[in-house]
Write a protein that binds this ligand. Sequence first.
Ligand code: LLP
Length: 409
Amino acid sequence: MTIRHNKLYLGGISAETLVRKFGSPLYVYEENALRAQYRKLARSITYPYTRIFYACKANTNPEIMKLFGHLGARATPKASARRAGIEAVSVGEVKIARRAGFPVKDIIFTCDNLTPEEIKYLIRHKIAVSADSLGQLEKFGRLNPGGKISLRVNQGIGAGMHSHIITGGRDSKFGIYKTQLDEARRLAARYRLRITGLMQHIGSGVLDEKIYLRAMHALLTVAHKFPDLEFINLGGGIGIPYRPEHKPLDLKSTGAKISEEFRGFIKAYGRELKLYLEPGRFLVAESGILLATVAEIKKTPAHTFVGLNTGMQHLIRPAIYGAYHEIVNASRMRGPKKKVEVVGNICESSDFLARGREITLPREGEILATLNAGAYGYSMSSNYNSHPRPAEVMARAGRARIIRKRERI
Ligand code: LLP
């Protein structure tokens, strides 16, 4: 992202040009940002048998998934580093990953409340699954006795930037609770299942290194009870700075600590294991920008509402998590600022992108850019109020290409 002649440029093209060419509203991804985030993470962990599985729920655009697949092979200098895999949570995501060129051995899976049909699909395609509950473990055992399985563990530790996205702890519906692990081992033995992996995911948007490391330590402590392990999966959850006051994780330092802790564990365990990470947000959030056109400016006695031709149907995070997204006037980056309410075109009062935000006061027809929208933006969008979804565009070095067509009514 750069500013030239007081206008916002994405991947070397002005936001206004992008909208003129591809229409509005529009999701734009900066390819260089996607590459940079992947490399930063891959390089931060020096333990050589580390592998990144992109949690594609953050953004299932196949072109973005393919990009990570290609990058994986080259991002780390280590010979053992293979291409990135995909972490999937539904049969739909598995199918998208396969269409994007990922072989089933590069796809890992976890999800709660699976139906027998879904379980059979996963077994038939030999997808590596982390069982989310004792019941699920038993179902896999019955349908695939003697097979391999990993366990999703809930250590009682949760973290995240909003209560809705904390996935560990006593009140979470996810994982096999730490006190149920002996029972899990007995169940696995009954069906001759080999427990070859342990995974956990404590929550999303974590910017606190300490809790991440504490959860890792807890997982490695129980791992000693499982003699057949091939991998440990630390989950996703790495946050990004959404607010100006947010501090990004010092990945170099966190990565070094993770590597050191893991090396210590391996020594005691007695055998090399693979270390998996499954980040979503960290890889894609900052690359994505939602461009929209100011349709109307409405003044009431109390407020100035800047009304866009998009809204919660295309970016629901502010409405459901009160999430903060930086918003700039892409048509006039600098100018007199005013506190405004940035709202969408949906018939709901929760339909806002920012409340009481200081931005360069826009005029009708100007373009506003909502930043950090690459994760859980398009993938959580809907057709609510019968609005078609925007197009998605990948931009790099002054060139832009459509990676998903705009929907039509
Ligand atoms: N692995 C598992 C098992 C997960 O449930 C998730 C996210 C991830 C990995 C990736 O987490 P990440 O690295 O992106 O934090 N819609 C919310 C986020 C929900 C995350 C759900 N699980 C949001 O917009 O903030």
